[in-house]
Design a protein around this ligand. Structure first.
Ligand code: NDP
Length: 295
């Protein structure tokens, strides 16, 4: 199985490393030095353009910030569509949006190319370890075709429904993550201000009913220690919260909590910029309160 991998960012790169260890792989990245470094490390072939990357591939994987970048990569004389052969499967691991995915799938179908959306969860550590959760939208046959390749970096690979269903699932997961981050930041900051040591508050929370992935994993590893590593851009979580808020509107579900999380992450994005890590949102609450959740 010959794979083309496009998008060697924070999560794309470790995913691609695992793919290249198992399959003949050609890589393309907008910043070509990153692709060159990846090729040196893995032995993958370097492609000059998306068209060149697609030329010999059986399966093409994209992992870009949003569906808009995936759509723009398709077009033009050096675009993917110029290189893709009939019968190829495009697997989009971007956390994209369902409406764009359906549009992309329809566009590709006219050229005889299949499409699944296959966003991932589990972070950059999960990508390195090959333990990501992969949420797939597409036909049953295309899901079965994508699964052996997705297994290079995914441990739990689930068929969610038709094209777009993977992106819908991923957006709700990340919106819930966003809500949790904001709520944990507010509650923990108040406890610290009330005189409860942060570590003690967290220990009790994590054996009680308010615990979450944020309180059990992210706060102990990254906030209490004050390390805040850059693994997932806050701008991307803001984008995910927006996709989920739109999903609620499209399905006629009132979503004040989702809307608020989207708005607050938008404000954090304006203050902190495009390269800030998502957990930096907690620092905004800390700064407003004049205390830090450390210990
Ligand atoms: P990054 O911002 O680290 O990387 C983005 C990648 O897209 C880079 O390879 C970048 O190229 C490329 N890119 C950006 N703009 C364009 C463009 N206009 N044309 C072509 N290529 C472009 O993002 P991540 O790797 O973190 O995320 C990728 C996707 O995975 C996102 O949808 C994100 O929401 C999702 N995700 C991320 C997780 C994480 O922990 N980081 C976890 C789960 C999902 P260049 O090198 O030139 O900048």
């Amino acid at each position: 199985m010959r794979i083309a991998f496009l998008g060697l960012g924070a999560i794309g790169r470790p995913m691609a490393v695992r793919v290249a260890a198992l399959h003949p792989t050609v890589a393309w990245n907008r910043t070509s030095e990153r692709a060159a470094e990846f090729a040196r490390q893995t032995g993958a072939r370097l492609a000059e353009t998306p068209r060149d990357a697609a030329a010999d591939a059986d399966i093409v994987i994209t992992c870009l910030p949003t569906s808009a970048e995936v759509e723009s990569l398709l077009e033009g004389p050096d675009g993917l569509l110029a290189g893709l052969r009939k019968g190829v499967l495009l697997v989009d691991c971007t956390s994209g949006d369902p409406a764009s995915s359906r549009r992309i799938a329809a566009r590709l179908a006219t050229a005889g190319i299949a499409f699944v959306d296959a966003p991932v969860s589990g972070g950059t550590n999960g990508a390195e370890a090959g333990t990501l959760t992969v949420m797939v939208g597409g036909t049953e046959a295309d899901y079965e075709r994508a699964k052996p390749v997705l297994a290079a970096f995914g441990k739990t690979i689930v068929h969610m429904g038709p094209v777009g269903a993977g992106h819908a699932m991923k957006s709700v997961n990340n919106a819930l993550l966003a809500v949790n981050i904001l709520a944990v930041a507010e509650g923990m900051t108040a406890l610290v201000k009330a005189g409860v040591p942060a570590r003690t508050a967290l220990e009790v929370l994590n054996v009680s009913s308010g615990r979450s992935f944020v309180s059990e994993n992210l706060v102990p590893e990254r906030v209490l220690t004050g390390t805040f590593p850059n693994t997932f851009r806050l701008a991307l979580l803001h984008k995910d919260a927006g996709i989920a808020a739109q999903l609620l509107r499209d399905t006629g579900v009132e979503g004040p909590v989702h809307d608020l999380a989207h708005r607050l992450f938008g404000e954090a994005r304006k203050v902190l910029g495009e390269d800030a890590d998502y957990l930096e949102a907690i620092r905004i609450t800390e700064q407003q309160a004049g205390v830090e959740i450390r210990g």
